[in-house]
Design a protein around this ligand. Structure first.
Ligand code: URP
Ligand code: ZN
Ligand code: ZN
Length: 461
């Protein structure tokens, strides 16, 4: 079936142009100022709608221990929110070695996806040794990125500097991009212990103990280690002005540093950790929400090209239940980290970015689609409205508005991080590889239609 999308305002890096698109066999077959209807075309009248390349979320945690969304519910929520490609981190396993665990995710767990997906193995301390011997097996499975942590020692995720160096060095030789969570976990853990011992009981202390200094220190150290390892670097979830400034300075010197932030760091501040009735726990994530002035500093870093992508860091921990935020009801430092966001990412960035004039519409597609595709080696198959590219498209009505609510979300978390937010821009259609997967807020796609994306080399190399 071919689809003719008529009269839409197509958004590319060059600006907005009125154009018709013919979509056939999963790709954009034709694009011109006027296309005539073929006898077998289904026509979508996009008059008044903006047409964007589908959103690409490079930072999700589907099917991780303690989260409410697996690949089915998580990618269904993603689709509803205009995300047509996700990248999910592959959590380590105590039972399976690195490559067998990766294959378990690739060939079993992720198979229920509604949208196309990439998988990025987490190399915790557990796998730093195995990485040396199983690198080529990972590459053969289509891996071109890995994730490392400089925090979370208690969870066994923290990678020590020597291992960081070795992994970065070996990864770079195989064109594998290292994504690093930058916080000085060891020092933060000590500060947290002290504050808990001193009897500080409020949830907001999560924010005060994980300081911007400890983020900035780790960002600087990661960049220096990557430099020694001759490796490009991608820093995930940048949350502070200090961190952004370090990245800006290093980029100026010519170092390849890609940087991501997340919607919550752009629209919420540390006050959200101090909400009454333990509601602040819903906003506990790491790095934490920051003082207000960081928000505009991060928007500026986006405008300046210092921060290159925005991802959700969808790590949806329920508020109630067996594994939930309630685990930290007695001691705030036991609150599990992570917030939902894959369903809202695109809309939040459109509203607070484009509608409220913090970024241009071109910048919007750059950070939500074009750059993510380039950074994970998916461009121009993904992240591009052009002939031959996958027909992954979002058609949005910029004049309509809606209120975000848990009541009508697809994600399974028992709350919505953006409850009650009134946002401008309503998604009318989402197409993935030429199939209408969402219409007027309803997901029409079938579970398991998403495809694994073995990708090419990141633009960082
Ligand atoms: O708090 C967060 N961000 N949870 C998810 C794990 C991570 O650090 O990305
Ligand atoms: Zn992280
Ligand atoms: Zn994360």
């Amino acid at each position: 079936m071919s689809i003719l999308i008529k009269n839409g305002n197509v958004v590319t890096l060059e600006g907005i142009s009125r154009a018709d698109l013919r979509v056939n066999e999963g790709v954009i077959q034709e694009m011109a100022s006027q296309l005539f209807q073929n006898y077998d075309d289904v026509v979508i009248d996009a008059d008044g709608l903006q047409i964007f390349p589908g959103g690409i979320d490079l930072h999700t945690h589907f099917d991780h221990v303690g989260v409410s969304d697996d690949f089915a519910s998580g990618t269904r929520a993603a689709a509803a929110g205009g995300i047509t490609t996700v990248s999910c981190f592959v959590e380590g396993s105590m039972q399976l070695n690195l490559i067998d665990n990766f294959k378990d995710w690739k060939y079993r767990r992720a198979k229920t996806s509604y949208v196309d997906y990439k998988l990025v193995p987490v190399l915790s301390g557990l796998y730093a040794e195995e990485f040396k011997t199983q690198l080529s097996d990972l590459v053969a499975e289509g891996v071109n990125a890995v994730k490392l942590f400089m925090a979370y020692s208690k969870a066994g995720l923290l990678t020590k500097d020597a291992d960081l160096y070795c992994v970065m060095r070996d990864a770079a030789k195989s064109n594998i991009l290292c994504n690093v969570h930058c916080e000085n976990g060891d020092v933060i853990d000590e500060i947290v212990k002290e504050w808990v011992k001193e009897g500080k009981t409020e949830v907001v202390n999560h924010g005060y103990t994980r300081t911007t200094g400890m983020e900035a220190e780790a960002v600087y150290r990661a960049i220096r280690i990557a430099e020694a390892a001759h490796a490009p670097l991608r820093i995930v979830h940048v949350s502070s002005q200090e961190a952004a400034e370090i990245i800006a300075a290093e980029k100026k010197k010519g170092r390849t540093v890609l940087a991501e932030t997340c919607p919550h760091y752009l629209v919420k501040d540390i006050g959200a950790l101090a909400l009454p009735n333990f509601d602040g726990a819903k906003n506990v994530c790491s790095p934490p929400l920051r003082e207000k002035y960081h928000l505009e500093a991060l928007w500026k870093a986006i405008r300046d090209g210092v921060i290159t992508t925005v991802s959700s860091d969808h790590a949806p921990v329920n508020f109630y239940g067996q594994y939930s935020k309630q685990l930290g009801k007695e001691v705030w430092s036991d609150i599990p980290n992570g917030c939902p966001g894959v369903e809202e990412l695109y809309s939040i960035i459109y509203h607070f970015g484009v509608a409220e004039k913090r970024i241009s519409i071109e910048k919007f597609i750059e950070i939500t689609s074009v750059n993510p595709a380039k950074e994970f080696g998916l461009y121009p198959k993904k992240g591009c409205i052009g002939v031959g590219s996958d027909a992954d498209l979002v058609l949005m009505d910029p004049s309509a508005s809606r209120v975000i609510s848990h009541e009508n979300q697809y994600g399974k978390t028992d709350y919505n991080s953006y409850e009650g937010y009134k946002i401008t821009g309503v998604i009318s259609y989402v197409l993935s590889r030429g199939e209408i997967i969402v219409k007027d807020g309803k997901v029409l796609a079938a579970e398991g239609r998403g495809k694994y994306l073995p990708s090419k080399t990141s633009c960082a190399f």
